[in-house]
Design a protein around this ligand. Structure first.
Ligand code: SF4
Length: 431
C-alpha cells in the first residue's frame, strides 16, 4: 500500500485540467502546503498536461468544475490505473466545490471524499495513513473523521474551520517555469480574504458549500501579502472572495496601493463598491469592474438578491465619473417563472446601464439547478431556454454592444454532471 521505496510518504495532488487552470487553484495549494509542512511527507502536482501518476499510490483530486469529471477518467486511464476502486491498489480520493455539492457523483471510483474545510481533515488523514498497514484498515480509521465520506461505510459530514486564522496559509506559492502572459493572473499571489458569503442567492452553491462566512483577520492578510510578495517574487495579488464583503477591504487595498503592490479584485456585490473602494481600484490601475445584477429588479428579488436597479445605476454613474473603461455584468435566464415579458425588463435594465456607461459587457447564462442550492431538483427546460435565448439574442443585437450568451448545450452538460449520482466514463454516450 505504501511507497516504501521513498523515504517520505507521498501524496500526489491532481488537478483534472491543464496546468494553466490548476495553478490558480487555492484548494490544491492549501493541501500541498499542509502535506509539505509535515516532515514525514511531500506532495507532487499533476495536471492533464503533466499527467505522470503511474508510480503514485495515494492520489487526491480537486474538482472545481463539473466537466473536469471526464478528465479524471482520462487521467487514470492514461496511467493504466484501474477506475473501479474494488480491485485497485492505489488509494484515490477527491475534494473541492463539486464534490462538496454532490459527493455521490464519482462514488464508484473514489475511495473517499473530503468534505468541508480540508485544513482540519487532511492532517488527520495523513496521520491515519502513517499508522495503518492496509487500505482497508486505513479507510476504516478515517471513516471516523468528520469531513471524510466513504460510500458504504458512513454518511457525508462536513468539517468546518471556525477561524481562518487558525490554519496555516500557503504563503509559498510555486509557479510553473513556463508561466507566460497566457496565464490569466500572471505571477499573482493568491490571497483568500474570506470564505463563504453572507448572502443566500437561490441559485448559488456558495451559501451551502460554506454555510457561514469567515473573514481572515486584517493582521493576517497583511502578513500574507508582505511575506507572499517577497517569498514568491510575485508581481501582484489576486484576491479570492465569493462576494468580497470583507469589513476591512478598504484598509488592505489601501495598504497595497501605498506599497505599490498591484491587486486584482474579484466580482463584487455592488453595495460594496462605494466611491472609496472604486477609487482605490482605479488608482491601482484596474480599468474594468465586474458585477452581477442577474436580472431586472423584480426578477432579481425572486432569487434573493435585493439590490435595486437604482443602486446599479448609481454605480454605473460613478464608474463613468472615475473613468473606468468597462463594466462586465453577469446575468441569468431560465430563472423559475421568468417569462419573456420579464426578460424584456432585463433588456430594459441593460439599456439603461448602457445609457449611463456605454462600454458594458453582459454575460448571460442559463440557470443550472445544482444540488444543495435552493434550486436543487428543478428541471433544466431546454425548450424554454431556447426560446429565451433567441429572444435575448434578437434584442441584444439591437443594442450594438458586445455580449456573451452562454451555450445551452454546455449548461445542460454541466447540469447533468452536477446532478449525477452515478457517473460513468460513457455517460454522454448514454444521455
Ligand atoms: S451569488 Fe454572490 S452574493 Fe449571492 S450567495 Fe453567491 S456568492 Fe453570495
Amino acid at each position: 500500500m505504501k511507497s516504501w521505496s521513498r523515504k517520505k510518504h507521498v501524496l500526489a495532488l491532481a488537478y483534472p485540467n491543464t496546468e494553466y487552470c490548476g495553478v490558480y487553484s487555492l484548494g490544491l495549494r492549501i493541501i500541498s502546503n499542509i502535506v509539505n509542512s509535515n516532515e514525514k511527507w511531500f506532495s507532487t502536482l499533476h495536471y492533464t498536461d503533466k499527467n505522470n501518476l503511474k508510480a503514485e499510490n495515494f492520489i487526491g483530486f480537486s474538482f472545481q468544475y463539473e466537466p473536469d469529471y471526464l478528465n479524471f477518467f482520462n487521467m487514470l486511464k492514461q496511467n493504466n490505473i484501474p477506475l473501479e476502486k474494488g480491485p485497485r491498489q492505489q488509494i484515490i480520493f477527491a475534494g473541492g466545490p463539486c464534490i462538496n455539492q454532490n459527493p455521490f457523483t464519482l462514488q464508484k471510483y473514489l475511495d473517499f471524499m473530503v468534505l468541508g474545510d480540508s485544513e482540519i481533515v487532511m492532517p488527520k488523514i495523513l496521520e491515519a495513513y502513517e499508522n495503518t498497514e492496509t487500505k482497508e484498515e486505513f479507510l476504516n480509521e478515517i471513516s471516523k473523521i468528520i469531513g471524510v465520506f466513504i460510500p458504504d461505510i458512513n454518511k457525508p459530514t462536513y468539517a468546518v474551520l471556525n477561524n481562518l486564522d487558525d490554519s496555516p496559509y500557503p504563503i509559498k506559492q510555486e509557479y510553473p517555469k513556463n508561466l507566460d502572459k497566457s496565464f490569466v493572473f500572471g505571477k499573482a499571489l493568491l490571497l483568500e480574504t474570506e470564505r463563504g458569503c453572507p448572502y443566500k442567492c437561490k441559485f448559488c452553491v456558495i451559501p451551502t458549500t460554506y454555510p457561514k462566512i469567515r473573514y481572515r483577520s486584517y493582521e493576517n492578510i497583511i502578513r500574507i501579502i508582505d511575506e507572499g510578495i517577497k517569498m514568491n517574487k510575485a508581481d501582484k495579488v489576486a484576491i479570492y472572495a465569493a462576494s468580497f464583503t470583507h469589513p476591512k477591504r478598504a484598509e488592505f487595498l489601501n495598504y497595497m496601493l501605498k506599497k505599490g503592490i498591484k491587486f486584482i479584485v474579484p466580482s463584487t456585490k455592488v453595495e460594496f463598491l462605494n466611491e472609496e473602494i472604486m477609487k482605490l481600484i482605479k488608482e491601482n490601475g484596474q480599468t474594468s469592474l465586474t458585477i452581477a445584477p442577474e436580472a431586472d429588479e423584480i426578477t432579481r428579488r425572486t432569487v434573493n438578491k435585493f439590490t435595486t436597479d437604482n443602486r446599479f445605476f448609481e454605480f454605473a454613474e460613478l464608474a463613468r465619473k472615475l473613468n473606468f473603461k468597462k463594466i462586465k455584468m453577469y446575468l441569468l435566464y431560465g430563472i423559475p417563472n421568468q417569462e419573456l415579458k420579464d426578460l424584456e425588463k432585463t433588456i430594459d435594465f441593460i439599456k439603461k446601464m448602457k445609457d449611463i456607461f456605454p462600454n458594458i459587457y453582459p454575460s448571460i447564462n442559463p440557470v443550472v439547478p445544482k444540488p444543495k442550492t435552493q434550486f436543487d431538483g428543478l428541471p433544466f427546460n431546454k425548450k424554454i431556454l431556447k426560446q429565451q435565448a433567441k429572444f435575448l439574442k434578437h434584442e441584444l443585437n439591437k443594442l450594438n454592444i458586445d455580449y456573451k450568451l452562454e451555450s445551452i448545450h454546455t449548461a445542460y452538460n454541466e447540469y447533468l454532471l452536477a446532478n449525477s449520482k452515478d457517473l460513468t466514463p460513457d455517460f454522454f454516450r448514454n444521455n
